[in-house]
Design a protein. Structure first.
Ligand code: AMP
Ligand code: MG
Length: 423
């Protein structure tokens, strides 16, 4: 059961992970909670934008022809009687007639009879009488009803990403809620008897559980919701009970550890005979041992990822296999990752027959090309170098030796946005 002949290729495992995964059914959420989510419905504006003719300035609503008739601007002012005051939110009660003006603030509805606004800067006077020193053409400083968008126009279509700016439009169009593909609820579970929560003291042989924190943060960064994060040891009965409980509460389960060839590989022990999860070797480094499948909650099939325990393996496996699945559940478009080409700044070796996902840092080279500086620690336990990395080099299976200057493809390890705080 060791033969490399049985190894599955990376793209095959990616396809297996994606199989049967669809955007989560639409849920109606308050518009303020929708940033980073994808709309599952078409929304049209409930109102014209602007909703009514209104003033673009603080000033006086007037009849433009009245000012011209009275000779404003030719070295002399025209005095008008101020017959009212309109602030944003007021409804007009009086009409502007020749010889009169209504004091008006930005956003207040234009009163009947008026066809222009004189900015306060071009006037003196006050609440009862105002002197206008400049003429204005008809229509000046008026925002016209519907000039931005007509009522009934589409503001969101299914598949649209709700950016902060689009959320502004949805709200302006009068919608307090949007039907969206909701954030997948994800359980992130560490296994291993050696693990202790960061912050506590370590006994000999113990280490801090970093995977559940890294994976929960990665879930949040993609836009998922970490509904559970915990470290559950490696007692098979406890692990079995925890998984049975979690499957009823979440959309995806991610475990780390316990999927390789050790004698305490609890995830493998518990799920080997499930019939719905398979344990395979993927032709990649890091991340060779993988558990993948579904856990059943009645009829509901909950995607399950049994990631390897080495922190770098868990992180890389998340990027390559889990992240695309969460993105599809969110209704986000492919490609799931942004790839770039970069020139190696140093030579490196890579194992034959496996894709190596090597950690590197991007930097500008003296020739103004993008360089990739491979990090020193390529073993799957080098968490410090993992934290420094912002590129994941994809070294193909048939490449074993690379020199400085060779061009490689790399996944850009971006900071996704649109996440929420894990609970
Ligand atoms: P495993 O896959 O369970 O055999 O674990 C492989 C290696 O990763 C071992 O050195 C574990 O101690 C380590 N490891 C497993 N889980 C975690 C975790 N949650 N945080 C940090 N290291 C871990
Ligand atoms: Mg373990």
């Amino acid at each position: 059961m060791s033969g490399d002949a049985e190894m599955r290729e990376v793209h095959e495992h990616m396809a297996a992970a994606m199989e049967g995964v669809a955007p989560l059914p639409g849920e109606r959420l308050p518009v303020a909670e929708c940033v980073g989510l994808v709309a599952a419905e078409r929304l049209v504006s409930r109102v014209d934008l602007p909703g009514f003719d209104n003033s673009a300035m603080d000033g006086y609503a007037v009849q433009a022809a009245d000012l011209v008739r009275a000779g404003a601007g030719r070295g002399r002012g025209v005095r008008l009687q101020v017959i009212g005051h309109l602030a944003a939110g007021d409804a007009p009660t009086e009409a502007v007639r020749p010889g009169t003006a209504i004091q008006i603030m930005t956003g207040a509805p234009l009163p009947p009879g008026a066809d222009a606004v004189v900015p306060v800067e071009d006037t003196y006077g006050g609440a009862k009488l105002v002197t206008i020193t400049k003429t204005v053409p008809a229509g000046r400083h008026i925002r016209r009803q519907g000039e931005d968008l007509a009522a009934g126009s589409v503001v969101v279509s299914p598949g649209d990403l709700l950016t902060a700016r689009r959320i502004g439009l949805v709200a302006a169009a009068g919608h307090g809620e949007v039907l969206v593909h909701p954030r997948p609820r994800v359980a992130v579970v560490s296994t291993g008897a050696e693990l202790v929560a960061p912050g506590a003291d370590l006994a000999p042989g113990q280490i801090y559980d970093s995977n559940s924190h890294l994976l929960a943060a990665a879930v949040t960064a993609v836009g998922g919701l970490t509904a559970y994060r915990g470290s559950i040891g490696d007692d098979p009965e406890l692990v079995r009970a925890e998984l049975a409980r979690l499957v009823t509460q979440v959309d995806v389960i991610i475990t780390s550890g316990g999927v390789s060839m050790g004698v305490h590989d609890v995830i493998k022990d518990v799920l080997r005979d499930s019939g719905t999860v398979e344990f395979v070797q993927v032709a990649m480094q890091p991340g060779k041992p993988q558990g993948l499948g579904v856990l059943l909650d009645g009829e509901r099939r909950v995607p399950f990822f049994g990631l390897p325990g080495n922190p770098v393996s868990a992180a890389v496996s998340f990027t390559i296999f889990v992240r695309p699945v969460l993105r599809r559940m969110l209704g986000l478009e492919q490609p799931e990752t942004t790839t770039v080409s970069a020139e190696l700044t140093a030579g490196m070796r890579s194992p034959a027959g496996k894709v190596q996902f090597a950690r590197a840092r991007a930097r500008m080279l003296p020739n103004d090309r993008l360089g990739a500086e491979p990090l020193a620690g390529q073993g799957s336990h080098f968490v410090a170098d993992l934290a420094e990395a912002n590129l994941l080099l994809i070294i193909p299976p048939d490449t074993t030796e690379l020199s400085a200057g060779d061009v490689v493809h790399a996944i850009l390890l971006e900071d996704d946005d649109g996440g929420v705080t894990a609970r």
